[in-house]
Write a protein that binds this ligand. Structure first.
Ligand code: FAD
Ligand code: DHB
Length: 394
């Protein structure tokens, strides 16, 4: 078995793993990133699209923001659409100047991969059978297969950034972990369509038939989501049905016109909340979807992943510079405060905007009363805006 060494072994080349390796490299800490998929696959995987101000600032400050600044779309607000009309939440006004940037997750991933490879840092795609060992000792190891070769990677620390279906969580004994979970009885069919967006800003629509969301990726690419049942499969949603539901759920009294175009990508994602506590065991640190997933309605998943790796890289930097374990010991508690704030906001947005199969007419009246309040009270709108652009108070 070949032996290699690094300071931080990172499993997963999603936003969490790549951003962590990028931040560590900037403070002179060596890391190796191990990804089971191909480079092409991770660069084409369409997922989130909304970057909080803090994520944008971090990309810029750490030298990976140039393409985002050229191609990202800065948005100053969103529309809540219900009862046939739009109600704008003006982020800039309500938060004292903060905005969001629409820039696809796979573009962030591409920029981070390019920066890492250009700097000659180790990032291996298509690795197989990664496993973490001796995580409670001071000499943890990762074993994996790359091509025909079996490798043992000696590390000082391991970061489990391998997403919800990864293996790093399993390296923690089950009796040391508590899992908090909620499954919502619906999902989103998401499409990417080759057509100019039908609106300038995102539209979150709460309709009697269910939720719909209009977003975008560029002046020629529209991203759309439509709420579907938990029991649906992608075969239940031929293109014609998706467009039909989107037209119905996005309709306004003023005659909103949704432009159709060829669908170039189509997937279903389930709305699900999971938090794993604690986010650390010995020298293994979990970050991103490996530790916490949120329902997509608040656009928090990617931003939360970036936030926790920022905390982790600062804690590792302190350890390497001064030998102090204080920040590493506080990692889980520090992150979990924000994780739960994001969980609550995502739950709040999800329950405000979707139809639940058990909802009766009374519940719908309550939901509409809440939507009217959020749209008409400055304080209520400000609470949505503050959480959406980037959580500061946890
Ligand atoms: P991931 O992006 O999942 O990255 C984990 C990486 O680890 C992957 O590259 C994976 O291939 C790799 N990996 C897994 N197992 C192993 C292994 N055993 N060995 C090596 N590598 C491994 N959020 C939003 O805000 N809005 C959205 O619209 C939205 N849509 C989503 C749609 C889908 C289908 C999914 C799954 C998530 C979506 N999210 C969305 C959430 C957001 O994309 C995630 O929160 C974000 O990707 C988290 O980043 P991460 O790096 O923690 O995990
Ligand atoms: C997008 C995804 C979200 O979950 C959201 O709340 C807003 C936008 C998007 O993919 O563009």
């Amino acid at each position: 078995m070949a032996k290699e060494r690094t300071q931080v072994g990172i499993i997963g080349a999603g936003p969490a793993g790549l951003m962590l390796s990028h931040l560590l490299a900037r403070v002179g800490i060596d890391s190796v990133v191990l990804e089971r998929r191909s480079r092409e696959y991770v660069e084409k995987r369409v997922r989130a699209g909304v970057l909080e101000q803090g994520t944008v600032n971090l990309m810029r400050e750490t030298g990976v923001g140039a393409r985002m600044d050229r191609e990202g779309l800065v948005h100053r607000g969103i529309a809540l659409r219900f009862e046939g009309g739009d109600h704008r939440i003006d982020f800039e006004d309500l938060t004292g100047g903060s905005t969001i940037t629409v820039y696809g997750q796979q573009e962030v991933v591409k920029d981070l991969i390019a920066a890492r490879l250009a700097a000659g840092q180790r990032l291996h795609f298509e690795i197989e059978d990664v496993s973490a060992h001796d995580v409670s000792s001071s000499a943890p190891k990762l074993r994996y297969t790359l091509g025909d070769e079996s490798v043992e990677l000696e590390c000082d620390f391991i970061a489990g950034c391998d997403g919800f279906h990864g293996v790093s969580r399993d390296a923690i004994p089950a009796d040391h972990l508590t899992r908090y979970e909620r499954e919502y009885p619906f999902g989103w069919v998401g499409i990417l369509a080759s057509v100019a967006p039908s609106a300038e800003e995102l539209i979150y629509s709460s309709h009697d038939r269910g939720f719909a969301l209009l977003s975008m990726r560029s002046p020629t690419l529209t991203r759309l989501y439509v709420q579907c049942d938990r029991s649906d499969t992608i075969d239940d949603w031929p293109d014609a049905r998706i467009w039909e539901e989107l037209h119905l759920r996005l309709a306004t009294d003023e005659g909103f016109e949704l432009k159709e175009g060829p669908i170039v990508e189509k997937t279903i994602a389930w709305m699900h909340s999971v938090v794993t506590e604690p986010m650390q065991h010995g020298r293994l640190f979990l970050a991103g979807d490996a530790a916490h997933i949120v329902p997509a309605t608040g656009a928090k998943g990617l931003n939360l992943a970036v936030h926790v790796v920022r905390v982790l890289s600062a804690a590792l930097d302190l350890w390497y510079r001064s030998g102090s374990p204080a920040a590493l010991a506080a990692y889980s508690e520090t992150c979990l405060r924000r994780v739960w704030r994001a969980q609550h906001f995502s739950y709040w947005m999800t329950t405000m905007l979707h139809r639940f199969p058990t909802d009766d007419a009374f519940q719908r009246k309550l939901q509409l009363a809440q939507l009217r309040w959020v749209s008409s009270s400055r304080d209520a709108a400000a609470s949505l805006a503050e959480n959406y652009v980037g959580i500061v108070r946890v």
